[in-house]
Design a protein around this ligand. Structure first.
Ligand code: GDP
Ligand code: MG
Length: 163
């Protein structure tokens, strides 16, 4: 079966934008029980001839602010169950937030490889902002702009390297 890449991260960092940019033929929405926020969205993707499944574990994000941490925990749990490689998405605009640190803490438990994508680096003026994110503790940190598509090739190279 194909390798699975799961996208995790707090809301609004650009997970779904990345997912949609990489999405192949067809997108499937899988909802578990309503309210448990284990909804996730699957597609098939490919990079340099290497096919893989991609999951947006952010799925259908909704709920009150105080449900967000619980939601993030569910997401990361799902990613750890289903993924071979984890794409941890953050956002250069906000630097490292407590929610990013919480995701990182949850991911430390896994032996699965983690690639950090620092999204919304839309211009080279913001390129230095990615260095902050090394303090999350992961080796692979890559600046991208899901909006413009810059950096996504490097990100994909890093992901498929782990297959
Ligand atoms: P999610 O909640 O993590 O799935 O985030 P979304 O993909 O829904 O994106 C949240 C917002 O950020 C949307 O308004 C996107 O258009 C915007 N966004 C996503 N990627 C980028 C990017 O690379 N640059 C900028 N400037 N905005 C982005
Ligand atoms: Mg989303």
């Amino acid at each position: 079966s194909l390798p699975v890449v799961a996208i995790v991260g707090r809301p609004n960092v650009g997970k779904s934008t990345i997912f949609n940019r990489l999405a192949g033929e067809r997108i499937a929405i899988v909802e578990d029980q309503p309210g448990i926020t284990r909804d996730r969205i699957y597609t098939r993707s490919e990079w340099n001839g290497r096919e893989f499944h991609l999951i947006d574990t952010g799925g259908l994000e909704f709920g009150e602010k105080d449900e967000i941490l619980e939601h993030i925990k569910n997401q990361v749990e799902l990613a750890l169950e289903e993924a071979d490689v984890i794409l941890f998405v953050t956002n250069a605009r906000d630097s490292v937030t407590p929610a990013d640190e919480e995701v990182a803490r949850l991911l430390y438990r896994t032996k699965k490889p983690v690639v950090v994508a620092v999204n919304k680096v839309d211009s080279h003026k913001h390129a230095d902002e990615m260095y902050d994110f090394y303090r999350l503790g992961f080796e692979q940190v890559i600046a991208i702009s899901a909006l413009h598509g810059t950096g996504t090739g490097d990100m994909l190279d890093a992901l498929v390297d782990y297959f």
